[in-house]
Structure formats: structure tokens, C-alpha cells
Design a protein around this ligand. Sequence first.
Ligand SMILES: *Cc1c(COP(=O)(O)O)cnc(C)c1O
Length: 223
Amino acid sequence: MNPSYAQIRARVDAAAQAAGHAVRLLAVSKTKPAAAIRELAAQGQRAFGENYVQEAIAKQGELSDLNLEWHLIGPLQSNKCREVALHFDWLQSLDREKLVEPLNRFRPPNAAPLNVLIQVNIDGEASKSGCAPEAIPALAAKFRQAPRLRLRGLMAIPAPADVDARIRAFTRMRGLFESLRTSQSGIDTLSMGMSDDFESAIAHGATLVRIGTALFGARAPVS
Ligand SMILES: *Cc1c(COP(=O)(O)O)cnc(C)c1O
């Protein structure tokens, strides 16, 4: 048993209830072994997030007997479009137009469309992936020529600043999400909030939170 799971689930559900909208929990399993994923799946968790394509594919192989939903949440390099289109259910980190066409082309016709979130660099950090807020409409328009992809909304990783700055970032994201939602159909997902701030993110409109450390414990530092 993972004792954290029931606790985190309860906190997500309470925050969702207070906010008055449904919220999905994505378990971020990067660097954690397949056995840890299996343990959470046994407790009812279905959606898992990974940052690295090869690492995710290896775990998918070990867990192919389970019916899991896989999200890529790490930066996407263009030479990985084919593998992402073949092996994932969601891509949360789309941030440039030139990835849309190859993802669409490589998505197998017999698979459900790949669900996609546009990643927004909401604090304009030089080191971070994500598109500028101003680039969202043009990027979203690209999906009209991509029937094998389904644009579902936006994702962001606000800068690890103080609480007020993070709330301002969540609030800006919610505004961008609402305007995207009024401009096209099928937009239902705002992915923001991690172990440290998911309750605040939910209060400010998140419909999906990505939680790693609080579920699986600390990750070993990358050496
Ligand atoms: C690692 C990661 C998370 C989870 O972060 P925690 O602080 O461990 O909950 C969420 N989103 C992204 C994009 C990540 O890379």
C-alpha cells in the first residue's frame, strides 16, 4: 500500500468540491520504477505522467497487462514525435507549430486521437519550454488540419516563486484557458499544480493536477 495515495486523493477531491468543478489527478512517475506504478494502479490510479519518452516506453512494456493512461509532460524534441504518437494517450507539452503535422501523421488511424495540451511559458522564463501566451491562437488553429489530434486545453509550470506570484500565474492561465474555450470546442483541461501547490491551483481553475513527490516520495537528484 502507498499510504500517501488515499490522502492525496482526498485532498484533491476536497479542493475540487470547494472549487465546484471536477479535477483529475495525474500521478507523475518519472524516475520511479514500474513496481511503484503498479502499486498505485492497484489502488485505482489510472493516469500516469512521464518526462522522458524512452523511460516511459520501457515502463509501458512492463505494465502492458494494465489498462493505464500515459501522459508525456516533459519537453518534446521533434525527433520523438513518432514515438509519442505511437505510445502515449496525452501530450501535455506541445509548444510549437512544427510538431503538429508529424504528430498527426504518425498517430495510427486505429488509435483514438492523441489528446494534446499546449504548454504555456506563463512566467516568460528563458530556461523553460512552453509557448508565449500570444502564440496560443495560432498554435490552436493548426489543429484544424490535424484530425488525429485532439486539442484539450493548456498546461503550465509556473516559476517556483512566492505564493502570490504563483497565484497570479494561475489566474493568468485561467484567463487564457477561458478565452481558448470560447474560441473553439472540445477545450476542457487546464493542467497546473504540483505537489507543493495543487490545492491553490485547483482553487484557481485547474482541472488536472500533476503530482509526483507527494505520492511517490522524493526523487533521487539527477547526477
Ligand atoms: C516532475 C513534474 C511534476 C511533478 O512535480 P512534483 O513536485 O514532484 O509533484 C509535475 N509536472 C511536471 C511537468 C514535472 O516535470
